[in-house]
Design a protein around this ligand. Sequence first.
Ligand code: ASP
Length: 585
Amino acid sequence: MYRTHTCGELRLDHQDQEVTLAGWVQRTRQFGGMTFVDLRDRYGITQLVFNDDTDADLCAKANDLGREFVIQATGKLMERTNKNPNLPTGDVELIVSDMKVLNASKTPPFTIEEESDGGDDIRMKYRYLDLRRPSVQRNLILRHNVAQEARRYLCEQHFMEIETPFLIKSTPEGARDFVVPSRMNEGQFYALPQSPQTFKQILMVAGYDKYFQIVRCFRDEDLRADRQPEFSQIDCEMAFVEQEDILNTFEGMLRHIVKYTRGYDIGEVERMSYNDAMEFYGSDKPDVRFGMKFVNLNEVSQNKGFKVFDDAELVVGIVAEGCAEYTRKQLDALTDWVKRPQIGAKGLVYVKCNADGTFKSSVDKFFDQDALKAWAEKAGAKAGDLMLVISGRTDKARKQMGELRLHMGKELGLRNPDEFKALWVLDFPLLEYDEEEDRYVSTHHPFTRPKAEHVAKMFEDPGGVLADAYDLTLNGNEIAGGSIRIHERDLQERIFELLGMSKEESEEKFGFLMGAFEYGAPPHGGIAFGFDRLCAILGGQESIRDFIAFPKNNSGRDVMIDAPSLIDEKQYEELYIRPVEVEKA
Ligand code: ASP
């Protein structure tokens, strides 16, 4: 037996027991004829004591231990005289009578502690060492718990976990496919699923009316900081449901997960239309942990001789409560912030609502006290508040103001990572215009159901068609998205036509799905949660990287195993593909 206990479980109750522990050497220190070793495993750290007086050889052996050596130690558990209140095992120590080195270790290239001194690259290369750090471990434990709680909730609701294939035909969801050459079918390729979308719909046709899967998805996109080429979804689908049923089921799931992993009650989940989200928060995933709603100032600010506003499609403001005392320097910093290329505003107008009832603005030349008072009234700004105003093309001004609102929320400490506020965003447009492709594309995906009352105008006014589509957001992040689906062949055909697909093309790509719709497809709908993202938010962090055991870096590489890589000559041949060098020659 390698161990009788873990390094995290011994307490005063175990006093005088003979125990054996196994783990990694966190550190050693010598002190007046004694050697202390902190022994670590994933459960915690226990202090080992070697006494030079009782066993000089053993103590010498302990002095030779390096960081991350794997050892086994047996001895008697004793109460510590010098207790460590910061460690759960801090009341006890193991007086070692026997110790065996199970394996030595090279000196690790970075410190394996809560905060590491290692940069990203080195931590990823030695991910097995990085994963020993308690902070990364906690993230993976949280991930495990979120998965278990999702399963528990869904199983209680009679969902069935069903696996769908990874080697499939491409199902476009707006990203590029990863493809896999087929050895047995010359010149043909599988695609890795961007999501199990079509399979879960087929499962509904097959009668498995409540499906879920915690499933890997693959999207070959240019990577942003919080994107991974392979990521996980909690993917769900239900038959015989309306949007309302889906919303209730899955806000229930979120409530359950947050309650059992974070001990937090998210309460009722508010709902907002996509249009309102854009109009009042400039975002389709507003952070509603705080207010600072947008106010349209067109009426009170235009046609007063200030050209910038007169030429603008939208003049929009927010109120930062209690910020009238902002200094010149602070206001300049805010102006610089919105002018950065990432935000792209031309400028920022401010109005200080002074405590004495007067106003001081950056546009005093154009607007007198009465005019500014009208703004403040319109925006509900009180004495002591600061109004910030941006103008321009509606979509741009909203986006810029949305960013500024988040920035102010952060500055003012209104975005507390220990508070969880969910929001449903509903009634998304079915389509959005893609300038590059010069055609309409699906906002979600082509299987999304247009609102019944909008089907008739689909072809005349594609941009005005709303869908039975919904996103679930948490603290300003999209954590899930889904829709009620089309389950009739003819409607699905018409949507493909609307998307500019020929009959042949849609038949070739999705004939199997439309064929299935002809054999008794029930009304159905579903949703998928971004599992990695959900874990990161519940862990109070922005990046999903440290919630994935083996993530890829920003260039899509796994630097530990060094993938992607070239393959054998023979493999190229078998797969009917040629290495680039051959092609070039
Ligand atoms: N398959 C969709 C996605 O990956 C989610 C859904 O509609 O259920 O975003």
